[in-house]
Design a protein around this ligand. Structure first.
Ligand code: MLT
Length: 407
């Protein structure tokens, strides 16, 4: 009799964003006359930058010729893209990352979910609360946690992010092995300073831990004093893996391209205390389970680094940041305390009531979809997250409806 992986039975029945999508569909079926504006899942709505579209078209045309055809590419990504990433995203900001430390993939969701499998099954994990659910759920699937009691899994070191600590978690009180951090943060939209990040890097060094740093929203950092990469902090190459994505930066949620940086210095140990290269482990995994991102998509992604591409990406980011500023202003005027939205596309709002109740209220009274904070962890209860990823027109319409519903 084939048995299931019983760790899956510890998970909530469905993934947060699928759960929300189901509730919204049910509402729309029951009220087909209502127009619903989605400010829930962080899915971009604007067209791809023209520079990316042109490169994409050209690469498809290449594929139609014998001379320009590409079959399997290097699993880690084409040199033209890895070189452009290393130069523009890291070297130009003083972070010494070389192209062969970059692994191109089809998404930061997959990479942040898959990375845990190269580490020991009994590694202790530290996970912020609230958190992007992928980090936690994939560790539950892998059996690194016990049962879920009252919304928290046994065996996980939760890093509480609350108003009292400015949503920046304190260092764990006991040693941990893997630490998940995400800045600009999903879901709270908060950012971290270089000094605060340095404390985590030092902690990881002292404890021989590894930081899994999700920087998928770095393009939204406009405050130049803030780090956009953990490698801007000295010594981080010895202790951190960084995840990046073109999804939110350049509108690639439907096109799929991202990358993970695994520095060559990074070590993890076996049971006998021998050090192993984490880069070699991830490379082994990547080559075994992944055949690379398609050539046209990598060409489209590389165009992000052309002069036109940079200007167009900045235009996209500024557009969503303007939406975020409107959401902040409107919700603050209604008397809500909030964070995020200035260096981030997400605004985290204290609704002062049950998150799902607030979610239902906005959906039924205003026809606006948000994400209930409780879906990101127990510290998220009482909060909702509003995403700035929609058109300016829809954001203005949504805010007018919310004003009317809540006033
Ligand atoms: C979110 O809304 O948190 C993100 O869009 C989810 C994701 O990127 O997978």
């Amino acid at each position: 009799m084939i048995r299931i992986n019983e760790h899956y039975t510890k998970l909530k029945a469905s993934y947060l964003f699928s759960d929300i999508a189901k509730r919204v569909s049910a509402f729309q079926e029951a009220h087909p006359e209502k127009d619903v504006i989605k400010l829930g899942i962080g899915d971009v709505t604007r067209a791809l930058p023209t520079a990316c579209v042109e490169a994409f078209h050209k690469a498809v045309d290449d594929m139609a010729t014998e001379a320009g055809f590409h079959g399997y590419g290097p699993e880690q990504g084409y040199a033209f893209l890895r070189d452009a990433i290393a130069e523009n995203d890291f070297k130009s900001r003083g972070a010494d990352i070389s192209p062969d430390e970059i692994f191109v993939s089809d998404g930061a969701k997959c990479d942040t979910g898959n990375i845990q499998e190269i580490f020991s099954g009994d590694a202790t994990i530290a996970i912020p609360d609230p958190v992007y659910p992928v980090y936690l759920d994939t560790n539950v699937m892998a059996g690194r946690t016990g049962a879920n009691n009252d919304g928290r899994y046994e065996g996980v070191v939760y890093l509480d992010c609350r108003e009292e600590n400015g949503f920046i978690p304190a260092l764990p009180e006991k040693p941990v092995d893997l630490i998940y951090l995400c800045f600009p943060n999903n879901p709270t939209g908060t950012t971290i300073t270089k000094e605060q990040l340095k404390a985590w890097v030092d902690y990881a060094k002292e404890n021989r831990a590894i930081i899994l740093y999700d920087a998928a929203y770095e393009a939204f950092v406009t405050d130049e004093s803030l780090p956009r990469s953990i490698y801007e902090v000295e010594g981080a190459k010895e202790v951190a893996i960084e995840f990046r994505s073109f999804s939110k930066t350049a509108g690639f949620t439907g096109t799929r391209c991202a990358f993970t940086v695994v520095p060559k210095e990074l070590k993890a140990w076996d049971a006998d205390g021998n050090a192993h290269s984490v880069h070699a482990l991830w490379n082994r995994r990547h080559c075994t389970k992944f055949n690379g991102v398609s050539y046209p998509v990598q060409k489209a992604a590389a165009a992000v680094y052309s002069e036109e591409g940079k200007a167009q990406v900045k235009g996209l980011v500024d557009y969503y940041l303007n939406n975020a500023a409107i959401i902040r202003k409107e919700m603050a005027a209604l008397g809500y305390e909030l964070v995020g939205g200035d260096n981030s596309p997400y605004i985290w709002i204290n609704g002062k009531c049950d998150s799902w109740e607030f979610f239902d209220l906005l959906l039924t009274k205003a026809g606006v979809v948000c994400t209930p904070g409780a879906g990101f962890g127990s510290c998220g209860n009482g909060f909702i997250r509003i995403s700035a990823f929609n058109s300016l027109e829809n954001v203005e319409k949504a805010m007018a409806r919310i004003r009317e519903a809540l006033n």
